[in-house]
Design a protein around this ligand. Structure first.
Ligand code: SF4
Length: 754
């Protein structure tokens, strides 16, 4: 274990520390004296203080030392702006930045990329110069999607990483514990502070049997999402095990871990196995595979490890699934989908099929998709639906171009988009339907909240395996079932599609394609970071005010949000992505997607000072101008969805004090704390119903203490008697300091100065 093996081929001097991990693990073992799950082993072997750390699943806050940080371009801007304000010369933990989110899909790869370069020039210049300055690896536009690049180059079994993107868990396919965090957490780790996370519970998913036919790895997570729902994984790591895990590819495991984000899981992880070894070898990292084999006993669960929750899935019996629309946990097995389409009156015509993305663009995915497309082409037919292909990385694109799958998919009618997020995150200039027109699209992505792909709330977006996307696209009809139904060939004869086939790994090895990486220069002292003071896309951050030490009284409720309020509702993506580095400008999207309980509408709230009805950000700005703090009332799982800290920065910037909900999504709750906001939950969730949107509230902030609820006094708008409501919170000691000092960053700067 004392061998020196580099973590990645792209950096020098950063070694995989199995020896140190083993030491930590031995300390923890002797303390806990019980079998450990694999996820626990990874976490506890990365403890900052293995001797003293409190360890209770679901209770204690772990202080951890991640091996790596990865940021995508939309979140990296704010993370780096924050890191800069801490005044350090270099990141303390190996970090990479990936340009993938800001590229809009319009007419196809090359042209779209060129346009993105022009539109985003100042952001790319800022990222490339700041990465060079602070010793960060920079993956240029066109290199691919963050999670694919991480899997191909950086992930390793037993490692711990954080990434400023919800689908960071993708690296669990290589046995890494990879967690999506807000930019603020990334800044901590970049600045050599430990990363703090509530010790996750562990959900064990035992896989038996073997996948076959039309069933793909994606169907495992589609099924799990149906069982656990979008809330079911909250605060937990999903750990796969059992004999079934050896029956499919490493990239298939990555797909499953990737979409674990959709059930709110902290992350998902597979134990190290031969399929991972093969993938490491295929991506020029056999030495890492060999090293992992020497530590293999600790790269899986202990015999008798106990899980907080347990699910078993027999892959022999697993059907292909299609999930959606509008939520990824509405899981329908293929055999029942036809009826579900009719019963629910979902638009039957499939307008667009979209394959690829960080979730499903492996060599295997593309090969299987191409095998189905080839089958159709051999019968003289093509895709009836519009069809797009998003390679996850330049390496995938170049390899499938060399091996022919790309040409097959183009011949089939596919438009090959840039190696980037594109339609998955609303970066899609869609022209085939009008806004507001009900229609169906089917994709192999992971997330399908309302409006996510094309900003059209009437688009019914379904997620499934790439195999089914292709099959359904041939029929152009959601009701088509390739297992039971026939298609007409060019002469009008019936035929049935053959089940997909495809290699897991390219026989000729991967083709790296174009060189798209920028390593930090040897001498970084001369690099200057490019930020124009007149920019509308980038703005140097000013520290937030510290707490005034008083209870807050007579606060208006900016909005009482009703139902699902995701980070997309709080800080919309799509066209707003371009303002991710400019807090004041992006704040104009704050909560514009949240549904107001007062009128059932989005972005229409009453200004309690003037009585006028206006947009949410406008009302917040007006309160701020008048020096009035405000609160938001929210429903269940408020802030689910992504890790974007803008959803927390914006309410802070526009003068909010507290977000009070029935419950929070984990990352969003932490993000709010980091920015000096108060995320509070109704101790009794039914109290949500007692609050009217026009009421005023007092927040007894001076009562804040670890583990104790605080009081909110509600002053009813109808002049009724004021009443008290108890609010719970999850602040620990050090997090309370963030609130007192105004933000985590203020706390960091204060500590650095003292
Ligand atoms: Fe990009 Fe979509 Fe993957 Fe997020 S989920 S990284 S937006 S491709």
């Amino acid at each position: 274990l004392t061998k020196k093996v580099e973590m990645t081929n792209w950096e020098k001097g950063h070694y995989i520390n199995y020896a140190g991990m083993n030491e930590n693990l031995n300390i923890v073992r002797s303390r806990l004296n019980r079998p450990l799950t694999y996820a626990e082993k990874i976490l506890y072997s990365h403890l900052d203080d293995p001797h003293g750390q409190d360890i209770e699943r679901g209770k204690s806050y772990l202080k951890l030392r991640p091996d790596r940080v990865a940021c995508q371009d939309a979140t990296a801007q704010m993370a780096i702006l924050q890191f800069m304000s801490a005044g350090m010369p270099s990141v303390a933990t190996p970090t990479t930045v990936h340009c993938d989110h800001l590229i809009e899909a319009q007419v196809g790869g090359e042209k779209d990329l060129e346009r993105a370069y022009n539109i985003n020039k100042e952001v790319y210049d800022f990222l490339s110069t700041s990465c060079a300055k602070y010793n960060i690896g920079f993956w240029k536009p066109g290199s691919g999607i963050i999670h694919q690049i991480v899997l191909e180059n950086y992930a390793f079994p037993g490692g711990l990483m954080i990434g400023t993107d919800s689908h960071t868990p993708n690296a669990g396919g290589l046995g890494m514990c990879a967690v999506g965090v807000g930019g603020a957490d990334a800044v901590d780790v970049m600045a050599n502070l430990p990363w703090e996370v509530k010790a996750p519970k562990i959900i064990g998913v035992k896989l038996t049997g073997k996948l076959s036919g039309w069933t793909a790895p994606k169907d495992i997570i589609l099924k799990v999402a149906g069982i656990l729902t979008v809330k079911g994984g909250t605060g937990a790591i999903v750990e796969y095990h059992g004999p079934g895990v050896n029956s499919f590819s490493c990239t298939g495991m990555a797909t499953i871990c990737n979409m674990g984000a959709e059930i709110g899981a902290t992350t998902s992880v597979f134990p190290f196995n031969d399929r991972m070894y093969d993938y490491l070898a295929a991506t020029k990292r056999q030495h890492i595979g060999d090293f992992a084999r020497s530590y293999a006993a600790e790269l899986r669960e202990d015999e008798g490890a106990e899980y907080d929750e347990f699910i078993e899935i027999n892959l022999d019996e697993l059907e292909p699934h299609i999930n959606g629309p509008f939520t990824p946990d509405l899981a329908t097995p293929l055999s029942k989908f036809k009826d579900a389409v009719k019963e629910n009156k979902w638009p039957e015509e499939m307008k667009v099929g979209l394959i690829g993305s960080c979730t499903n663009s492996s060599y295997e995915d593309m090969s299987r998709a191409a095998s189905i497309a080839r089958d159709a082409l051999d019968h003289g037919i093509k895709s009836k639906s519009l069809f797009t292909v998003t390679p996850g990385s330049e390496q995938i694109r170049a390899t499938i171009e060399r091996d022919g799958q790309l040409q097959t998919l183009e011949e089939f009618g596919g438009m090959v988009l840039a190696n980037a997020c594109g339609p998955c995150i609303g970066q899609w200039s869609r022209t085939d339907v009008k806004k507001g027109e009900a229609n169906s699209i089917v994709c192999s992505y992971n997330r399908n909240f309302t409006g996510r792909n094309d900003a059209n709330p009437a688009t019914h977006s379904f997620v499934t395996s790439p195999d089914l996307v292709v099959a359904l696209a041939i029929a152009g009809d959601l009701k088509f079932n390739p297992i039971t139904d026939t298609l007409k060939d060019k002469d009008g004869n019936d035929f049935k599609l053959k089940p997909p086939t495809g290699d897991g790994l390219p026989k000729l090895g991967y083709d790296a394609g174009r060189d798209t990486y920028q390593a930090p220069p040897e001498d970084r002292s001369q690099v200057s970071v490019a930020v124009s003071p007149t920019s509308d896309r980038l703005q140097i951050l000013e520290p937030f005010d510290k707490w005034d030490g008083k209870d807050a009284t007579n606060l208006p409720i900016l909005i009482k949000a009703q139902g699902k309020t995701t980070t997309d509702h709080i800080s919309m993506a799509g066209p707003w992505l371009k303002y991710r580095g400019h807090l004041d400008n992006i704040s104009n999207n704050m909560l514009i997607g949240a549904i107001n309980a007062a009128n059932g509408e989005a972005n229409k709230v009453k200004n309690q000072e003037t009585g006028d009805v206006d947009a949410v950000p406008a009302v917040a700005r007006d309160y701020k101008k008048r020096g009035i703090k405000w609160v938001v009332i929210g429903d269940w799982n408020y802030g689910e969805g992504s890790s974007r800290e803008h959803a927390a920065l914006e309410p802070r910037h526009l003068g909010g004090l507290a977000i009070i909900t029935r419950s929070f999504a984990r990352i969003h709750e932490t993000n709010l704390k980091k920015q000096g906001m108060l995320p509070l939950t109704f101790s009794n969730p039914e109290d949500y119903d007692k609050i009217k949107p026009d009421d005023r509230v007092d927040i007894k902030a001076t009562e804040l203490a670890v583990g104790k609820p605080i009081t909110m006094v509600v002053h009813p708008a109808d002049g009724g008697k004021p009443f008290e409501v108890k609010l719970s919170h999850t602040f620990n000691e050090s997090q309370l300091e963030w609130f007192v000092n105004g933000s985590a960053l203020n706390t960091m700067a204060k500590k650095a100065a003292s």
